[in-house]
Design a protein around this ligand. Structure first.
Ligand code: HEM
Length: 517
């Protein structure tokens, strides 16, 4: 009897797999092409989905299947767009349906209480959040942060000059970037990465990344009585901790406003407190919204500057041309400032090329479509996770000939290359911090070019400059060069330049007092 039951069981299971597979294949036949579904397991493409360096696999799929590819991961349809045309057709022109985010029960709903804007689904709550963020980060608002960005950049130049080892450069860069985004969020700067504000926010980041990469929870488990939902316990405890941190930061801003001190500088928090009612945000929602610049802007900005340094190491001729431009326009008796941008087209072109050459978010942040759609005859089910292979788009050889070469010249002259704003994503979800980020990149790049010769470190074993692999990037969601082994030598009449770096950093420290409550 037992063997008969076993055989019946196997037959039933096989039938189930076959029926399920046929159903999925029928649906897949109308969907964009993609790798074959596995026979066993969940009968999906789980095994094909890359865990690291996804842009490389996405590019292979583009070569094999074309500009729109679909894969099935568990029960989620994943769509990968490989061209600017497909991405703008869907994510921009059909933005009313492609501007949501995929449901994240653990990281988005339970841990964040639905309050972290970057993962919020499209709808009224996100629009209110985005209005606040827009008013704090818009092109107009971004001008308010230039004085602090400039002073932080002058301090950064001195920190770079004093750095005993190239490994310290990353810490200084990170300090620069987080000081900028904390100022955007709260009108406060930090002097060191040991600041309590930084340490607490970094702990939050660590937990956020951990929970983001943990296995998702089946929605059916949410029907259990709450006290039985074991997966809630830790994230809810952490949410409580985060809420205390964020509310503490917002309370600090409230106090400064109440005391009428000048140190309540323009920031997302100040804007939010002014118009909290209009955007229908309660105190906790506002406190979470103010954390968005930190969450989205710190490592992206510092990685973009790492890419700049890496590009300068690999392209000494570009650095030389930029130095020539700066010396001619600005001279050696002061550092470049924001007002110089219109007269420094080559440096500006370097910044554009940095963002194109190695986009720091290579596959963007996935969008999600709220209703089903048909694109060029291909069916895209509602709730698909839609990625844009930004890395591939930045290498389009028609728009950007010799795309692997770092060529600022492509942005100059009578026929410049088509703009590439896509490093900042697409459509209604496009990065609202792009103006602050490009300002940060320009001010740091121009000052470093003015101050230093940037050379490859000499390998003590061979006595020769370290050989760099231009494709050696590290990181998945946000990436940057794995290593930037550079030596910075103060330029020109180095005693005079040194003295100027010190004097400008000293002046910056005095200006910085205004930003330290
Ligand atoms: C070089 C630096 C940066 C790059 C390359 C970058 C890139 C991106 C990308 C690709 C997205 C996703 C867009 C999409 O969904 O299509 C994004 C979202 C976002 N970025 Fe940035 N970003 C940078 C710096 C910043 C800065 C400095 C801030 C804040 C001060 C910021 C704030 C945000 C926010 C709040 C979102 C979420 C928008 C939403 O979901 O509606 N970013 N960014």
């Amino acid at each position: 009897m037992a063997p008969l039951r076993l055989v019946a069981g196997i037959v039933a299971l096989t039938l189930l797999i076959v029926i399920r597979r046929r159903k999925r294949l029928r649906l897949r036949a109308s969907m964009p092409p993609g790798p074959e579904l596995a026979w066993f397991g969940l009968g999906d493409n789980q095994r094909d989905m890359p865990k690291h360096e996804a842009w490389k696999t996405f590019t292979k799929w583009y070569e094999q299947y074309g500009p729109v590819v679909s894969v099935l991961v568990g029960s989620t349809n994943v769509i990968v767009l490989g061209t600017v045309k497909a991405a703008t057709d869907l994510l921009e022109k059909r933005g009313s349906i492609y501007s949501s985010r995929h449901r994240q029960i653990l990281a988005g709903e339970i841990y964040s209480g639905g309050m972290r804007g970057i993962g919020m689904p499209y709808g009224r709550r996100w629009r209110n959040w985005r209005s606040l963020i827009h008013s704090g980060l818009s092109i107009e608002a971004s001008k308010n942060y230039k004085p602090q960005q400039s002073l932080e950049a002058r301090i950064l130049v001195k920190d770079f000059m004093d750095a005993a080892d190239y490994k310290q450069l990353s810490f200084h860069l990170r300090r620069f970037a987080v000081s900028v985004v904390l100022n955007v969020g709260y009108g406060e700067r930090i002097k060191t990465l040991h600041d309590k504000m930084v340490v607490e926010n970094m702990e939050i980041d660590r937990y956020f990344l951990k929970i983001l990469s943990s296995n998702s929870v089946w929605p059916i488990l949410l029907r259990l009585p709450k006290w039985l939902q074991w997966f809630r316990w830790e994230p809810e405890r952490m949410r409580h901790r985060d809420t205390m941190v964020y509310m503490g930061l917002l309370d600090g801003v409230k106090e400064r406003i109440a005391n009428k001190t000048d140190s309540a500088k323009p920031s997302v928090a100040v804007r939010g407190l002014e118009k909290q009612q209009d955007w229908g945000l309660n105190d906790i929602e506002l406190a979470y919204a103010c954390s968005a610049p930190w969450q989205a802007g710190g490592s992206t900005t510092s990685q973009a500057i790492h890419v700049f340094l890496f590009a300068m190491l690999l392209n000494p001729d570009v650095l030389e041309k930029a130095q020539e431009e700066i010396d001619r326009v600005v001279g050696r008796s002061r550092q470049p400032e924001f007002d110089d941008i219109d007269t420094l087209p080559y440096v500006d072109a370097i910044c554009k090329e940095v963002l194109r050459w190695r986009p720091v978010i290579p596959i963007g942040v996935a969008h999600c479509n709220t209703t089903a759609d048909v694109y060029e005859g291909m069916y895209i089910p509602a709730g698909s996770k839609v990625y844009a292979n930004i890395d591939l788009m930045s290498k389009d050889p028609v728009a950007y000939p010799s795309p692997d070469e770092f060529k600022p010249e492509r942005w100059l002259g009578p026929n410049p290359a088509p703009a590439f704003p896509f490093s900042f994503g697409f459509g209604r979800r496009q990065c609202p911090g792009m103006h602050i980020a490009t300002n940060a990149l320009f001010i740091v790049a121009s000052k470093l070019i003015w101050a230093f010769d940037i050379k490859a470190r000499v390998d003590p074993l061979t006595g020769r400059p370290v050989i760099l692999d231009p494709d050696d990037m590290a990181g998945d969601l946000v990436r940057g060069p794995r290593d930037v082994p550079c030596v910075l030598q103060v330029r020109g009449n180095s005693e005079q330049t040194r003295a100027l770096i010190l004097a400008e950093a000293e002046a910056a420290e005095t200006e910085a007092l205004e930003f330290t409550p």
